[in-house]
Ligand binder design. Structure first.
Ligand code: PLP
Length: 400
């Protein structure tokens, strides 16, 4: 199946990229070969890579990874996709391939901690200027634009706040500034939001999360227009080398087949759990895009076809949060007290605001106020899995 057909998302998730092997008829093979017997003249440099180049060496291209890339392009509605060994490798690839010394990056003041630290601590070492902006404040974004702004990086819903960004509005600002827009859509998945339809140039995923879906394989991807992705390929995979292992590609593609089905169940369970938490006397705040109480519920309804499975909640101040997190570690029977998200298992983790500010975010003034408006002194990030909602609710009730 090709990415430009008109099939529904569930059909694409299962069939796109998965052509039967022409010799054996198999549809579930993994090609682990690192090299390939060459039957026609081929170059030895990444610059010799073209659309029609056969498989030569797996860092340049691999049939199993290629199949996953075609599936992801179909799901995101983009011309091309490139996979990486992790979500971090995918984001670093976009930053390092499309930014040079003297360029300016505007990045969400809150994003996945690793990305926030990469932008704030590493990129300036290479002469790249950084501005941190609360992407829910479009005036602040417009004010941050400089003549050398080359890239705007957003994440929606953002990890860990579950705060949203209006992608079409940011894309319009990026376009008028002559900048590219990259968006980390890991929390949403293509079932909830297809950022390319909102003008986003690079759609980034940690495949480790919803798309793989089972907590057994790290991976990352960047989807976009063919011209941009082929520029990314030469530098970021062939030269930086952070490619996805074919075995992980196979696991992730197997997970991706059930993504639409799983996302429906994640969202249904998350709404049940968020509604329970909202009614619990010890819970002081619940943030879930599917609740009418989410400050950006209208934007969520416009931009998300599925509210996903990520819920944030508070239980008062730092001391109360820490006490509950200790009970979670000892008393949870179903939910795992663990980082990561988007797996079939429910995962929950405490994130103290002061600690997050000292390490990953270092926000002040209005940006800190906006963070605290969502997180207070600290919040639990709960990735609602696919267990029975009643069991999850009982587990939460036990520790609250
Ligand atoms: N983006 C988001 C939103 C994430 O939550 C994560 C990891 O938690 C990453 C990127 C990094 O992905 P990976 O762990 O696959 O490198």
């Amino acid at each position: 199946m090709t990415s430009n057909n008109t099939s529904g998302l569930s059909t694409l998730a299962i069939h796109a990229g998965d052509e039967p092997d022409p010799i054996t008829g198999s549809v579930a093979d993994i090609v682990m070969s690192s090299t390939y017997v060459v039957k026609q003249k081929a170059g030895f440099s990444a610059h010799d890579l073209g659309e029609e180049t056969p498989f030569i060496y797996t860092r340049w291209g691999n049939p199993t990874v290629d199949a996953l890339e075609r599936k992801l392009s179909a799901l995101e509605g983009t011309q091309a996709t490139l996979c990486f060994g992790s979500g971090m490798a995918a984001t670093a690839a976009v930053f390092l391939s499309f930014l040079s010394a003297g360029d300016h990056l505007i990045i969400s003041d809150v994003s996945y901690a690793g990305v926030a630290e990469l932008a704030r601590d590493t990129l300036p070492r290479f002469g790249i200027e950084i501005s941190l902006v609360d992407m829910s404040d479009l005036e602040a974004l417009a004010a941050a634009i400089r003549p050398n702004t080359k890239l705007i990086h957003t994440e929606t819903p953002v990890n860990p706040l579950v705060r949203l960004t209006d992608l079409a509005a940011v894309s319009a600002i990026a376009k008028s500034a002559g900048a590219l827009h990259s968006c980390d859509s890991t929390f949403a998945s293509p079932v909830a939001t297809r950022p390319a339809q909102h003008g986003v140039d690079f759609v980034i995923h940690s495949l480790t999360k919803y798309i793989g879906g089972h907590g057994d394989a790290l991976g990352g991807s960047v989807s976009g227009r063919a011209e941009l992705i082929s520029r990314l390929k030469v530098e970021a995979t062939v030269h930086f080398g952070g490619i996805l292992s074919p075995f992980n590609a196979w696991l992730i593609a197997r997970g991706a087949g059930t993504l639409p089905l799983r996302m429906r169940a994640h969202a249904e369970n998350a709404l049940a759990v968020a509604t329970f938490l909202e009614s619990h006397p010890r819970v002081t705040r619940v943030i879930y895009p599917g609740l009418a109480s989410h400050p950006q519920h209208e934007l969520a309804k416009r931009q998300m076809k599925n509210f996903s499975g990520m819920v944030a909640f508070q239980v008062g101040g730092t001391a109360q949060g820490e006490a509950v997190s200790e009970r979670m570690m000892s008393d949870f029977e179903v939910i795992h007290y663990a980082v990561s998200l988007g797996h079939h298992r429910s995962l929950c983790f405490w994130m103290a605001t002061q600690e997050m500010m000292q390490s990953s975010f270092k926000l002040q003034g209005r940006q800190l106020e906006s963070y605290r408006a969502f997180a207070g002194d600290g919040m639990f990030r709960l990735s609602v899995g696919l267990e029975d909602a009643d069991d999850l609710i009982r587990d939460l009730d036990r520790v609250l």
